[in-house]
Design a protein around this ligand. Structure first.
Ligand SMILES: NC(=O)c1ccc[n+]([C@@H]2O[C@H](COP(=O)([O-])OP(=O)(O)OC[C@H]3O[C@@H](n4cnc5c(N)ncnc54)[C@H](O)[C@@H]3O)[C@@H](O)[C@H]2O)c1
Ligand SMILES: [Zn+2]
Ligand SMILES: [Zn+2]
Length: 382
C-alpha cells in the first residue's frame, strides 16, 4: 500500500513528508494505522547528529547506514492486519508502540528487564527485527525506521515485539504519550531513582520526560520536588504537576536546595535536559547529597566521553550515578499499569499535550519544542 511519513534524509535537514511504499506484514509483523505520535526530543538528536552518523561515516566504520529514516518512536494506533504467527494482537486492537521491543525470552527480558531486551540492539540498523529485510521503501530505496517503529507515519509495519495491546476505550493520544515520555520520566523517578516518602528530589529539564519525573516523584511521596528549567512556562507547568519549588538554573537551585535541606542536599536528582552535556554533571552532583542518587535520563551526544564529576566526593560521600533507558520499566507490564493510573485519575496525561499538529506540520512542532513552547507536541492522524 501507499502511505505518508516524515523522513529524514541526513543530519541537519528538515523532516520531509514522503509517499512510502509499504509492504504487507510478514511473519511476526503487524500493520498499524497510527492515530497519535508524540514529538520526543530523542528524534531531534537524529537531526542534530548527537545520535546519528552521516552515511559515509557509518560506511567507513563498517556500520549499516542510518539514513533515510522515518521518525517517531512515541505513538499509538489501531492494528489493521497481522502476519502469520502473530498471537498477542489482531485487527481492530488498540496498541501502544514500544520503542524497545520485548522478545520475552532473552537474558534481560527473562530477568525482568525488558527495557534492555537484546532486540533493542538493532534499533538503528535497517531492516525488520523479524528477518532483516525492509517493508518501507521511498524513492526506490529501502528505508529505516527509528527504534523499529516510525510513528511519524500514517501507517507502519512493525514487529509484534514492538506493540503492546491496550484497552480500547483509552484515548490514543494518552496512550501515545505513555509509550515513551511518561514511562521514561515517571520510571526515572519511581523505579530508577527509587524515590521514597520524604525524599528531596530535583528534576532538571521540564520537557515531556522531566514533567513525568516530577509527577512520579510527587506520587512516590517526595517531600519536596524541585523543578529546574530556564523556561518560565515549564516551571509554571511543573508547579501544576506536583513540583513544590522551581528555579531557572541548577546554579540558582544549589543555594536554595542547601537551605531547604538543612545542608544535606537532594536525595535524588534526575537529569532530563534537552541534551546531557558532560559539564552539566558538576552541578548535578553538587545538588546530589551524601548517599544520594543522580539518574542520567537525557541523552548525551554519542561522542561525549567526558563528564565533570568530583570522584573524591563520589566515593567519600557515597553518591551514585545511574543511567536509564525507558525509566528502567518493563514496557509490556508498565505501559498498561501507567494507563491504569491515568484511568484512576492519579496520573495526568491530557494536561501534558500543549499543541497538536498534523503530520505535515512536523517541522513546526519541532521548532516549537526548540523554542520551549511545548511540554509535549503531538501529531494527530485522521
Ligand atoms: N533514557 C531514555 O530512555 C530517554 C527516553 C526519551 C527521551 N530521552 C531524552 O531525555 C531528554 C529530554 O527529552 P524531552 O523530550 O523531555 O525534551 P524537551 O526538549 O521536551 O525538554 C527538555 C527541557 O530541558 C530544558 N533544559 C535544557 N537545558 C537545560 C539546563 N541546562 N538546565 C535545565 N533545563 C534545561 C529545556 O528548556 C526543556 O524544557 C532528551 O535528551 C531525550 O532524548 C531519554
Ligand atoms: Zn522518546
Ligand atoms: Zn528480550
Amino acid at each position: 500500500m501507499k502511505t505518508r511519513a516524515a523522513v529524514l534524509w541526513g543530519i541537519g535537514e528538515p523532516w520531509q513528508i514522503e509517499e512510502i511504499d509499504l509492504d504487507p506484514p510478514k511473519a511476526g509483523e503487524v500493520l498499524v494505522k497510527m492515530k497519535a505520535a508524540g514529538m520526543c526530543h530523542s528524534d531531534e538528536h537524529l537531526v542534530t547528529g548527537d545520535m546519528s552518523l552521516p552515511n559515509e561515516v557509518s560506511e567507513m566504520m563498517g556500520m549499516p547506514p542510518m539514513f533515510p529514516v522515518i521518525g517517531g518512536h512515541e505513538g499509538a494506533g489501531i492494528v489493521v492486519e497481522v502476519g502469520p504467527g502473530v498471537t498477542s494482537v489482531g485487527p481492530g486492537d488498540h496498541v501502544s508502540a514500544s520503542f524497545i521491543p520485548s522478545c520475552g525470552h532473552c537474558h534481560y527480558c527473562s530477568t525482568g528487564r525488558q527495557n534492555l531486551c537484546d532486540l533493542g540492539a538493532a534499533a538503528f540498523a535497517k531492516g525488520m527485527i523479524t528477518d532483516g529485510t525492509a517493508r518501507h521503501h521511498c524513492r526506490g530505496e529501502d528505508i529505516n525506521l527509528i527504534a523499529k517503529l516510525g510513528t511519524f507515519s500514517e501507517h507502519t509495519v512493525v514487529a509484534e515485539a514492538s506493540v503492546i495491546k491496550v484497552e480500547p476505550d483509552l484515548p490514543l493520544e494518552a496512550v501515545a504519550l505513555v509509550s515513551c515520555g511518561v514511562a521514561t520520566g515517571w520510571g526515572s523517578a519511581v523505579q530508577r531513582a527509587g524515590v521514597s516518602p520524604g525524599d528531596i528530589v530535583v528534576v532538571v529539564g521540564i520537557g515531556g520526560i522531566g514533567i513525568n519525573a516530577v509527577q512520579g516523584a510527587a506520587m512516590a511521596g517526595a517531600s519536596k520536588v524541585i523543578a529546574v528549567d530556564p523556561v518560565e512556562f515549564k516551571r509554571e507547568t511543573a508547579m501544576e504537576m506536583g513540583a513544590t519549588h522551581t528555579f531557572a538554573s541548577m546554579a540558582e537551585a544549589i543555594p536554595a536546595v542547601t537551605e531547604l535541606s538543612w545542608g544535606r542536599m537532594a536525595d535524588k536528582v534526575i537529569m532530563t535536559p534537552s541534551v546531557l552535556y558532560g559539564d552539566l554533571m558538576a552541578e548535578a552532583m553538587t545538588l546530589t547529597g551524601k548517599g544520594g542518587t543522580c539518574v542520567a535520563t537525557a541523552i548525551a551526544p554519542m561522542t561525549q566521553t567526558e563528564a565533570s564529576i568530583n570522584l573524591f566526593e563520589l566515593s567519600m560521600w557515597q553518591k551514585e550515578i545511574k543511567g536509564t533507558i525507558f525509566g528502567s520499566l518493563n514496557p509490556r507490564a508498565d505501559i498498561p499499569k501507567l494507563l491504569g493510573l491515568y484511568r484512576d485519575g492519579q496520573l495526568k496525561l491530557d494536561e501534558l499535550i500543549t499543541r497538536r499538529y498534523t503530520l505535515d506540520e512536523v517541522n513546526q512542532g519541532y521548532q516549537d519544542m526548540r523554542d520551549g513552547k511545548n511540554i509535549r507536541g503531538v501529531i494527530v492522524f485522521d
